[in-house]
Design a protein around this ligand. Structure first.
Ligand SMILES: Cc1cc2nc3c(=O)[nH]c(=O)nc-3n(C[C@H](O)[C@H](O)[C@H](O)COP(=O)(O)O)c2cc1C
Length: 341
């Protein structure tokens, strides 16, 4: 049990997770933490990250590495952004607003889910964080295009499609209802939808849910301006690869033509640096943001970003790297496990 009186500024991410579990209603906790069937993919996302080691360097004078990065024309204070989560509102009322406020304070960016309660317009109210609208084709093609056009008008920095939900999200052996109380639906992914969205808006188009270099090539040929390597936090296909395992092949297939982003299993600054070293430009955080907002609203979200940024800095210093731009694969050693860690 984490002491409920501990100040937010003193909490580690592990303690924030534990406090979120203590405070959230059990149904919301299960919904957030759940993953498809045996849960193997969710566990593998983190296990695969743990297999990668850093090469320590000490003879240098780096004390305050630059963690800033640019994405879609905006400078972010760190290479971490909020993943699209359709069900923040299960955690607490106004959760989306608090997430956007926390991300604004942290100098981050929010990927807005089409399944979330607030409208595309409501997300923009009173915040400074740049926004990316992520459409769900299961909501109807016209609805995606309508929202994307509105997002462009409202100053969103990019739009995109979450394309991996061919089958509805599964939590254990159960398919939960969608946020509007209706049965969840899957939707086939067609490259034509990327082309259509490209024609409708002049913003960069992001395609999320890429786990295979062949799909990456198809998305690129259809006009995608950025890809998100993701297995949806393990909520779709049991016994999928970890996102970090799929990343190198996809980065190679993309060949630097567009930014490659990654999510699924990122829990520490070290995980972020590993993903960057393997070619990701930015990573998205899903469940850690849910814990942060559950424990402390906007301040909780800000604290999650702060913890991870401090850890990124620490890793950069200990590996002798002065800025995110200098992170390369030479920082890493791929290892076999040495037993339980
Ligand atoms: C509660 C919950 C709801 C989610 N809803 C969406 C969604 O509406 N759209 C989407 O693209 N991804 C959704 N995702 C997936 C996240 O965007 C992201 O891919 C995943 O959470 C990353 O893994 P992590 O939770 O291990 O960080 C959801 C994930 C969770 C945990």
């Amino acid at each position: 049990m984490v002491n409920e009186d501990k100040r937010l500024e003193e909490l580690s991410l592990g303690e924030i997770r534990e406090l979120a579990r203590q405070r959230m209603n059990p149904e919301a906790w299960e919904h957030i933490m759940g993953s498809a069937e045996s849960g193997s993919t969710r566990r593998r996302n983190q296990a695969a990250l743990r297999r990668i080691l850093f090469r320590q360097r000490i003879f240098h004078d780096i004390t305050n590495p630059d963690t800033t990065v640019e994405l879609f024309g905006r400078r972010l204070s760190a290479p971490t952004v909020v993943a699209p989560v359709g069900s923040f509102s299960k955690i607490r009322e106004r959760a989306e607003h608090e997430v956007a406020e926390g991300a604004s304070r942290a100098g981050s960016m929010v990927f807005v889910s089409h399944a979330a309660k607030p409208t595309v317009r409501e997300w923009t109210e009173g915040i400074t964080a740049p926004l990316v609208f992520m459409g769900y084709l299961s909501k109807g093609r016209e609805k995606v295009l309508e929202n994307a056009r509105l997002a462009e008008e409202l100053g969103y920095v990019a739009v995109g499609l979450t394309m991996d939900v061919l089958q509805p999200t599964k939590l254990g052996d159960r398919i939960p209802l969608s946020t509007d109380g209706k049965p969840r639906k899957g939707h086939p992914a067609s490259p034509k939808d990327i082309e259509l969205l490209k024609r409708e808006v002049s913003l960069p188009v992001v395609v999320k849910g890429i786990m295979n270099p062949d799909d990456a090539r198809i998305a690129l040929e259809s006009g995608a301006d950025a890809l998100v390597v993701s297995n949806h936090g393990g909520r779709l296909l049991d016994f999928n690869r970890a996102a970090i395992e799929a990343l190198p092949e996809i980065v190679q297939a993309v060949g630097g033509k567009v930014p490659v982003l990654l999510d699924s299993g990122i829990r520490r600054g070290g995980d972020v640096v590993k993903a960057l070293a393997l070619g990701a430009k930015v990573v998205l955080l899903g469940r850690p943001i849910c814990w942060g907002v559950g424990v402390g609203g906007a301040r909780g979200v800000e604290r999650v970003f702060q913890i991870i940024t401090e850890e990124i800095k620490r890793v950069l210093i200990m590996t002798g790297v002065s800025s995110i731009a200098q992170v390369t694969e030479s920082l890493l050693i791929r290892s076999q496990p040495v037993g339980p860690l």
